[in-house]
Design a protein around this ligand. Structure first.
Ligand code: FES
Ligand code: FES
Length: 243
């Protein structure tokens, strides 16, 4: 028996209503139900940050949240960056920075890095190197050694500052986000974990969500709705291709 729930997500300014199983992860809803494959999956365990998106202005690892938990949220993915006001109809300064400062090689981590970079600059338009490194500490890159990524974010900060000066204002005040919520540069916060842990999918022995210690053990538990699956997780375990 499939118990699907209807949820509404506003992604990059467009509202979508989709039906998802309660255990469907947000990253799978974004990639497979909405066909926005710019958000990558690297580990599916909350370690790599490739799946980072902004939810109501806060960076979250979308493999650590059920899609139903994001019902009613505003989501920003890498596909929406060029439509942001600070992009001016072209590449967002962060995207430009990654191009100019060679902040990517294979590019697999780049969408997540861009989203974390945006969260950093939303919170603090003039971060120093240590603050940038702290802000991207939840994002792993296997290629660049991070220095060029830091330089890319610094480039974007300078560009945004120049733009703000030219406009006679400030693009983003410290501590504010253009999507309204207080950003947090740690996408795997205690609050996020608490939120996931508090989630109840409705199954009698719900594990409490993907962030809980007993990850997915409920699949093999006594609930016969899951016994039918013969222990197979309904999660996409196929190899990801670079998008
Ligand atoms: S896919 Fe690695 S943290 Fe989500
Ligand atoms: S550019 Fe390849 S993983 Fe970061």
């Amino acid at each position: 028996m499939t118990d699907e729930r209807e949820i509404t997500l506003t992604v990059n300014g467009t509202e979508h209503t989709i039906e998802v199983e309660p255990r469907r992860l947000l990253v799978h809803a974004i990639r497979e139900d909405l066909d926005l494959t710019g958000t990558h999956i690297g580990c599916d365990t909350g370690n790599c940050g490739a799946c980072t998106v902004l939810r109501d202005g806060e960076p979250i690892k979308s493999c650590m949240m059920f899609a139903t938990q994001a019902d009613g949220s505003e989501i920003l993915t890498v596909e929406g960056m060029e439509d942001l006001p600070e992009a001016g109809g072209d590449l967002h300064p962060l995207q430009e920075g990654f191009r100019e400062e060679h902040g990517l090689q294979c590019g697999y981590c780049t969408p997540g890095m861009l989203m974390s970079g945006k969260a950093i600059l939303d919170e603090n338009p003039d971060p120093d190197e240590a603050e940038i490194r702290e802000g991207i500490s939840g994002n792993l890159c296997r290629c660049t050694g991070y220095q060029n990524i830091v330089s890319s974010i610094e480039y974007a900060a300078d560009k945004l500052d120049e733009k703000a000066a030219a406009d006679g204002g400030v693009v983003a005040e410290s501590g504010e986000s253009d999507t309204g919520a207080e950003p947090d540069t740690d996408a795997n916060t205690d609050a996020a974990r608490d939120s996931a842990a508090a989630f109840d999918c409705g199954v009698e022995n719900c594990c409490g969500g993907p962030a809980a210690d007993s990850t997915y053990e409920h699949i093999e538990g006594p609930d016969d709705r899951f016994d039918d699956l013969n222990g197979e997780l309904d999660r996409d375990t196929t190899e990801e291709t670079d998008e």
